[in-house]
Design a protein around this ligand. Structure first.
Ligand code: 6R9
Length: 697
């Protein structure tokens, strides 16, 4: 891992923004070495892949298009938007933005004057062009043998039925609708139905707890919730309806009423007879929606009309509702999908992400459908019933593009090559990764074993906030380097800044920021524009701050080094340390908690929690279990700490700030590299923690 020197950052966000006053975190964030840096020469990879004929001929053509995209965004992105249906065309000068807080409020506008609808462009447009019989979804269930195909025309029918139902229960343009669903076709269908009527969808990942779901429902005031009875993930039954019921009860306690719950009877996992049912509020999807007509009027919306909200973790406070709008998101998303995956209409494409995360929004639901591709929708997990499942599915559907996360690659790699080699995989042409830095070893295995050396690996760096890919190797357009996301996409100007906000030139390492607006820039944090400005634009005035550190090598390739703020990336899931701390101190025996990340062989990062108990409380196995349960209940099982370290005291400066870099070093067993600890109020605490680490479970 790079960025090994920890110094106090130049920017400091207001401590009052912390989730809980009792939380121990302070802003001794991990920072990067802002300096000239050199990157070791990478291993060689093939320069060209005979199987892949890219949409863009070569690096020279990329350079030419890239130059135009950044010097003439109105023209370049106008051209990219031409293929879509616009009820009213955008103005010639359609781009305007302010990224500088000193010049006034941050604002971003794209396709000014344009009126469109993303659902129409994802579905109706293809059906109208005579492609209604092309499969849109190839659904593959958790259990081998359960599958279903839906054509574009069939998806459109179902979207219209649901859109009509949503209207019938009073959902109007601009209203938020919460979606808490497993990976059934009905999940992307629900998103598209919202978009059709101009409602704003807010999908909550099915792994979140009732409390987390309730917080998200209340924040966006969603009066309608779409959910399902339950789901099987590998051998585990997840009772989604029960969690949804608990969430609705929690909302009621806070005086917010969810008026209608539409529940999909996922009978194979959990028949409706096993579910609690609240008459007057709950409605069974199959009963209520089937009789509505298969046509539904499109709500034409302004380009800047909000499309969706997606909550994501940051360094401070509760998760932020990242808001994306319609026109810019649509065009950027479709364009990145096309070039990143070298996608053509009718290609069989598979992204393994869940729709509960941004990857499932951009590269499962919208991007592939906007491009007329055939999408595999997978309900299960890559290791069930065995580690060969993905390759079996690749052969079954003749998947051409496969997109997954480094954590999945590492876990499959551990199961051995035989699971891969049992299957042919000869349909594969492009392999993609997303979510966290991919270590060169995993990259190699993905490239050499899964792709048999025939398929370029597209390492896509981007974020919930960016809506679409930002830095990535366009496949077979330029040489890859394992572990590097390489060069920016059209219209993106990445910069590396030092801690004072100066742009670093040439080979360097620094804070990764973006200098200009791109079409799918997040438009605000829902209900809190000030927080949007504080988080993303105040740290380095004039720039969008990504929260990541990066290096740039002599070939101008970018190497992402990871988060520089208090966000941990566990299996590609973003988790704020403040959120976990807040959950831990919510337990009545916990006096103080400080959470850091540590390197984990499969998950990328694991969660290491230092916990100080209340006076007189003895640390025990029961308390450990209880603390983990508190995190599961407050956030979700995926955020449960891997290690709980009972800490009689935490290393604090005389002003009471916790020195997190010390905690990170102890968690990493690198206490010989603590650096300067002379400002600690009680240096003895460090030895105590090192000594007590053995007992950490
Ligand atoms: C799309 C997504 C965003 C954070 C981001 C960075 C990390 C994502 C990466 C990567 C290195 C890649 N990240 N892709 N780091 N290489 N290819 O994951 O969005 O959940 O918002 O996470 O994930 O740290 O800042 P999100």
């Amino acid at each position: 891992r790079l960025g090994s020197q920890f110094v106090q950052p130049a920017y400091a966000l207001a401590p009052s923004a912390r989730a809980s006053a009792r939380c121990a975190s302070v802003y001794t964030n991990r920072t990067v070495m802002c300096q000239a840096a050199s990157v070791a020469a990478p291993e060689t990879v093939p320069a060209t892949y005979p199987n892949v004929t890219p949409h863009i001929a070569d690096r020279a053509q990329y350079e030419q298009l890239y130059q135009r995209s950044v010097t003439d965004p109105d023209g370049f992105w106008g051209d990219m938007a031409e293929q879509f249906h616009w009820q009213r065309k955008w103005d010639d000068k359609h781009v305007s933005y302010n990224f500088d807080v000193r010049q006034g409020p941050i604002s971003v506008e794209w396709y000014k004057g344009g009126v469109t609808n993303i659902c129409y462009n994802a579905l109706d447009r293809h059906v109208a062009a005579g492609n209604g019989d092309v499969p849109a979804f190839l659904w593959e269930g958790n259990d081998v043998g359960r599958d279903k195909t839906m054509t574009y025309a069939e998806v459109l029918d179902d979207v219209c039925r649901l859109a009509n139902w949503l209207r019938s229960v009073g959902v109007q343009k601009g209203d938020a609708v919460a979606i808490y669903m497993p990976m059934l076709c009905e999940l992307p269908i629900a998103m598209l139905a919202c978009a059709r009527i101009g409602a704003v969808h807010s999908v909550v990942f099915g792994g979140f707890s009732a409390e987390a779901l309730a917080g998200r429902i209340e924040d966006c005031q969603a009066r309608v919730l779409l959910t399902a009875s339950g789901v099987m993930r590998a051998n585990k039954k997840i009772d989604l309806k029960k969690i949804a019921d608990d969430a609705v009860k929690l909302c009621a306690k806070n005086n917010f009423k969810v008026e209608t719950c539409l529940v999909y009877d996922n009978a194979n996992a959990m028949p409706r007879s096993e579910c609690a049912f609240t008459p007057g509020r709950d409605v069974w999807w199959q009963d209520a929606v089937a009789d509505f007509p298969t046509t539904a009027e499109v709500e034409w919306v302004d380009s800047e009309h909000p499309l969706f909200l997606l909550y994501t973790s940051g360094s401070t406070g509760k998760p932020k509702g990242v808001l994306h709008s319609t026109g810019g998101y649509m065009v950027y998303n479709a364009t990145t999908t096309k070039y990143a995956f070298n996608l053509s209409p009718g290609d069989v494409y598979w992204c393994t992400a869940d729709c509960g995360w941004i990857t499932g929004h951009s590269y499962l639901t919208y991007g592939p459908l906007l491009n007329g591709a055939t999408n595999v929708v997978f309900e299960g997990v890559p290791t069930y019933p065995d580690a060969g499942r993905c390759w079996e599915v690749v052969d079954k559907y003749k998947v051409k593009q496969f997109y997954t996360a480094p954590t999945a690659i590492r876990s499959l790699m551990r199961s051995g090559d035989s699971h891969v080699q049992k299957h042919k995989r000869d349909s594969l042409q492009i392999l993609g990764t997303v979510g966290e830095p991919i270590n060169p070893e995993a990259w190699r295995w993905y490239h050499d074993v899964v792709g048999d050396g025939r398929c370029p690996v597209v390492d896509t760096w981007w974020q919930t906030e960016t809506g679409g890919h930002m830095i990535l190797p366009l496949p077979n357009v330029w040489q890859q380097k394992p572990g590097s996301a390489t060069l920016p996409f059209f219209g993106v100007v990445p910069v590396l800044l030092d801690e004072k906000g100066n742009e670093l030139k040439g080979e360097a390492e620094g804070y990764l920021c973006i200098k200009n607006a791109w079409p799918s820039t997040l438009r605000t944090v829902y209900g809190d524009h000030e927080r949007y400005e504080t988080n993303y634009f105040k740290p380095f005035p004039g720039y969008y701050f990504t929260g990541d550190g990066a290096k740039r090598d002599a070939d101008a390739y970018y190497w992402i080094t990871g988060r520089v703020d208090d966000v941990i990336n566990v299996s590609g899931h973003r988790i704020g340390t403040a959120e976990v701390e807040s959950a831990l101190v919510g337990h009545n025996h916990c006096a103080e908690a400080a959470v850091v990340g540590f390197e984990h062989p499969i998950k990328g990062q694991g969660i290491y929690a230092y916990v100080t108990l209340m006076e007189g409380v003895e640390y025990s196995e029961d308390i450990r279990k209880d603390l983990i349960k508190a995190v599961r209940n407050t956030i979700g099982a995926f955020a449960a700490p891997d290690v709980i370290h009972w800490a009689p005291g935490l290393p604090k400066t005389r002003s009471g700030k916790i020195m997190r870099r010390v905690l990170r070093k102890i968690a990493a067993k690198e206490e010989d590299q603590l650096g300067d600890v002379s400002t600690l109020a009680d240096p003895g605490v460090v030895q105590q923690l090192v000594a007590s680490r053995q007992a950490a479970l």
